[in-house]
Design a protein around this ligand. Structure first.
Ligand code: CP
Ligand code: NVA
Length: 305
């Protein structure tokens, strides 16, 4: 994986996803290993066009833990594509830094950055995908009973988080069921790509409308916000459209008693998930948040060492 960019899960084979998850688990268990200074002298630029808690801090800490440094650039500082063209930002940052993690709106911005930077570009969330979240999610699922052959039910918007998760989880042999209102399902090409990955791994992929059918007997129940960053004007309409898709105690009761509850955070309690469920014994959301750091540390180690 050395020197490559990660713009979406399609950039990784199933074997590479497994390798990243296993590296994350191994490095997490080994606080003093040789990886701890592997990226000495290297700098990661964090180019963010949207707010963040987890992604920013977990990337900064992952770089520090590998002996490197991270440089955070806020939307106001850079004005990506506004103050100057994306391709110029890419070529300038590529002269100073060893990699760029970028959080932005259009996926095309990441594609352009990667084409011009001359250093690896990592998608730190776009409107289209959130691949680093999916890697951390798989680390978390592996820690809580494993991925292969198990049922993952995602309930809610067929958004960036759902897309990366569906592609990554089907790569690792999971049976993925995605329940969304009709016009908010995962797009057909992504669903087909997830089905192809599932066919190779022994998993499966299904798009459904009924959340109860998706959650029935599931091992993992996952949800994300109904209104993503950049969609704020649609928030009221979305609250109505998604009203039947709340991850509540009664919906969770359809899953296995041993099922874990996942959410990438930030959560809107009372919308996509109830306070009772996110604070409940089945919730692993803070393990999941912690694993962002371990998964990204593994990724940086494979791309940059
Ligand atoms: N899950 C996630 O990406 O969180 P942030 O938006 O806080 O980075
Ligand atoms: N789907 C959400 C994820 C936030 C981490 C968003 O894009 O805002």
């Amino acid at each position: 994986m050395m020197g490559r960019s990660l713009l979406g899960i399609a950039d990784l084979t199933a074997t590479e996803i497994t390798t990243l998850v296993e590296t994350a688990q191994a490095q997490k268990a080994d606080a003093t290993g040789s990886h701890r200074r592997a990226l000495g002298g290297k700098t990661l630029a964090l180019l963010f066009d949207k707010p963040s808690l987890r992604t920013r801090v977990s990337f900064e800490q992952a770089m520090r833990r590998l002996g490197g440094e991270a440089l955070y650039l806020s939307p106001a500082e850079v004005g990506l594509g506004v103050r100057e063209p994306v391709k110029d930002v890419a070529r300038v940052l590529g002269r100073y830094c060893d990699a760029i993690a970028c959080r932005t709106f259009a996926q095309e911005i990441l594609v352009e950055l990667a084409a011009y930077a001359g250093v690896p570009v990592i998608n730190a969330l776009s409107d289209w995908e959130h691949p680093c979240q999916a890697l951390a999610d798989l680390v978390t699922i592996q820690e809580h009973g494993g991925a292969r052959g198990r049922v993952l039910a995602y309930v809610g918007d067929g958004n960036n988080v759902a897309r990366s998760l569906a592609l990554a989880a089907t790569s690792m042999g999971m049976h993925v069921r995605l329940a969304s209102p009709a016009s908010y399902a995962l797009d057909t090409p992504s669903a087909e790509a997830a089905s192809r990955r599932a066919a190779d791994s022994g998993g499966s992929f299904r798009s459904l409308e009924d959340p109860r059918e998706a959650v029935d007997g599931a091992d993992v129940v996952y949800t994300d916000v109904w209104t993503s960053m950049g969609q704020e004007a649609e928030a009221a309409a979305r609250r109505k459209i998604f009203a039947g898709y709340q991850l509540s105690a009664s919906l969770l009761a359809c899953a296995k008693r041993s099922a874990i509850v996942m959410h990438d955070l930030p959560a809107h309690r009372g919308e996509e998930i109830t306070d009772e469920v996110i604070e409940g014994a089945q919730s692993v959301v803070f393990d999941q948040a912690e694993n962002r750091m371990h998964a990204q540390q593994a990724l940086l180690w494979h791309l940059l060492r």
